[in-house]
Design a protein around this ligand. Structure first.
Ligand code: ADE
Length: 226
């Protein structure tokens, strides 16, 4: 899968993809990640990428031209399945969104800043708008990192243990059950006996029960309609 991220702050996106699973996904060839600096496409001699908004009001607006030039260039090179804009007024990111995006070949993610982007970009190019939560970030970069991470770990072959993405919280509509590792007892706190029993039928039943209990307690909304 190829993901192109369009940003005015490319440095913000270096570290989230330089470690662990995201790094391995790239070295193993599952992810081709290209980070583009929108500023490089400004025709303005000061490389300006924003301007005051028409009608007045506080905050600058990202200009149409550099973003349009960059998107047109990318679109002339390959077909994109989705051009996503990270914005607090987009649809809330859910596991299902990441599941379906992970099936695509090429996507563009545009990170907004300031007061927003010229609406004509949204009208002409954007096919999907995503928010990572009901709060306002300083820009779309951290949201884009969250989105890409949630997509890439679903690409077959990215995780070592193929089943572990399937047992993630949300993947079956439930939160994950508690997990434990050695030692079996720490300062009087014991690992539940059933997990040490070696009886995999019982262990599975216990995990299902705990996942259901945890979901009921913390996210009863996930059980609506179940
Ligand atoms: N940009 C600013 N806030 C955001 C949010 N909550 N989600 C995605 N992009 C954003």
């Amino acid at each position: 899968m190829r993901i192109d991220i369009l940003t005015i702050l490319p440095d913000l996106l270096i570290s989230p993809f330089s470690d662990s699973i995201m790094k391995r996904a790239q070295t193993k060839g599952h992810l081709e990640l290209e980070i583009h600096n929108i500023r490089d496409y400004s025709t303005n001699k000061h490389h300006k990428v924003d301007d005051a908004q028409y009608g007045g009001g506080a905050g600058m607006v990202m200009s149409i031209e550099p973003i349009a030039l960059l998107i047109e260039k990318l679109k002339s090179e390959r077909h994109y399945d989705e051009i996503i804009f990270m914005t607090p007024d987009g649809e809330l990111l859910e596991q299902e969104t990441s599941n379906s995006l992970s099936l695509y070949q090429n996507i563009i993610i545009l990170c907004g800043h300031y007061k927003g982007i010229d609406e004509r970009i949204r009208e002409k190019y954007i096919t999907k708008e995503i928010s990572i939560g009901s709060y306002v970030l300083s820009g779309g970069e951290l949201g884009a990192a969250v989105l890409v991470d949630s997509i890439v770990r679903l690409i077959p072959g990215v995780l070592n243990d193929e089943t572990s993405a399937l047992t993630d919280s949300f993947q079956d509509g439930l939160l994950s059950p508690p997990v434990y590792t050695r030692p079996p007892e720490y300062n009087g706190m014991k690992v539940p006996e059933v997990l040490l029993s070696g009886d995999f039928g019982k262990i599975e039943a216990w995990r299902e029960l705990k996942a259901m209990e945890r979901t009921k307690e913390r996210r009863p909304d996930l059980l609506d309609g179940k």
